[in-house]
Design a protein around this ligand. Sequence first.
Ligand code: SF4
Ligand code: SF4
Length: 197
Amino acid sequence: MERMMLQLVMREEMSGAQSFLDYVETITPGYSRLDMCIQCGTCGGSCPSGGDMDHTPRHLFALIRADMKDEVLASNTPWYCISCYLCMSRCPQEVHITDLMYTLKSIAIEEGHVSENTAANLSETFLSYVESYGRSFELGLATRFYLRHHPKESMGMAGMGFGMLTRGRMVITPEKIKRIGQLRSILNRAKELEAAL
Ligand code: SF4
Ligand code: SF4
């Protein structure tokens, strides 16, 4: 509890006075080694989601160092990170890249940047299905995402969706996992711990 209180106080103090780099480093658990990044680009070259990202991890870290907080928080990069840890295993400076992506998502949510970000909304919808059913529901996920962000294109997706349904590649209603209560207890505990930080 004492450690959590200390982190909370540090987070409040850092958010007002110091650089964005310092703030990100402070609220990332452990030593993120972000200040050790040498901009080699190995992370971006390794990332399977790199093609969809607004910025490579390397570029994002350069923006953090340049104190370009708004650009960083508006970027879809952390939301496209699938936590594969490939970049971390290859980084010559052992920067905790994946952990930093979690930190940036947390700050973006806290500071209200997610509403402009389609990737964040997709992530939130995905989580809402996991919380309700214990697993994703592809039809609901795609329908909600396209109707909200790409309503015109949604009609064009209908044919593909129908084909997947008739071939049994997608289900028409969500299916709940067994012992969903246990999963909810774990998720609720995780939220409590996160709120205390
Ligand atoms: S691989 Fe590591 S050192 Fe190289 S740019 Fe990425 S974070 Fe920086
Ligand atoms: S952990 Fe995230 S940023 Fe790193 S390679 Fe995987 S998807 Fe890319």
